[in-house]
Design a protein around this ligand. Structure first.
Ligand code: GLN
Length: 234
């Protein structure tokens, strides 16, 4: 086992922390410590440079205005992220893509780390989201809640993270996007609390070695509950 600390970058939590996605950093830190690693969460505020030395970078969701601010800042620090493990949720996914359009019709450049473009859809997707994961993960369904207007289109440079079973996801039957070690998803929850296999995939990439399995019955119980949540009436 390596003995150095794993550094988890929590990017712009004051603008990309609206939907509780900052919890993803806590989940990763805890899952590392349970396995004997030291872990440090490094918040990076708007206006601060993004260190290129971190092992993993997290971006959460946020409203359109906050998202545009985040993208403008992160575009200046794209190189720091380009070689790391990166995980973005909702606005985070859209910022990691090549371009996104807000409700005001203005196009913004993303970071181009995912081959994804986003435009406003006809109606807001607010629902429990369930997806069958792609080959990167085991067969356990991915679960979370979604709350977004954006519809995301993948190009050939990104694979989907999963196929939607319930909810909207990207808007074309797929959910999320993966290019190399950059992952985007519409799953809030926080996603990594609700989907431990996804958390461990990111951690395996970040530490560069297989991780000991963790058996947590309460996580399994919570997943069971989430998968049986009744559908919203429309
Ligand atoms: N502003 C984006 C949208 O509505 C992202 C929302 C979010 O991060 N939940 O599509």
């Amino acid at each position: 086992m390596r003995d150095s600390t794993v550094h988890i970058g929590l990017l712009l939590p004051e603008v990309l922390g609206t939907y509780g996605d900052t919890g993803n950093a806590q989940v990763l830190g805890r899952r590392l410590r349970w396995r004997g690693f030291d872990a440090e969460v490094v918040p990076v505020a708007l206006g601060e440079p993004v260190p290129s030395t971190l092992d993993l970078y997290l971006l959460g969701g946020g409203e359109d205005g906050a998202q545009a601010l985040a993208a403008a800042h992160l575009r200046r620090h794209r190189r720091a992220l380009a070689h790391g493990v990166v995980f973005g949720v909702c606005a985070g996914l859209q910022v990691l893509g090549t371009r996104f359009r807000g409700l005001d019709g203005v196009d913004h450049d993303g970071l181009g780390l995912l081959d994804v473009t986003t435009e406003p859809g006809a109606r807001r997707a607010v629902a429990e989201l369930v997806a069958t994961p792609s080959g990167l993960l085991d067969g356990e369904p991915l679960t979370g809640f979604e709350n977004h207007l954006g519809v995301s289109r993948r190009g050939a440079g990104s694979e989907p993270l999963g196929r939607v079973v319930r909810g909207t996801g990207n808007g074309d039957g797929t959910e999320g996007a993966v290019t190399g070690r950059v992952v985007g998803t519409y799953l809030h929850g926080p996603a990594l609390a609700r989907n431990p296999a996804l958390a461990d995939l990111l951690l395996t990439w970040a530490v560069g070695e297989p991780l000991l399995p963790l058996k947590l019955p309460e996580v399994d119980r919570l997943r069971g509950e989430r998968l049986t949540v009744p559908r919203r009436r429309r």
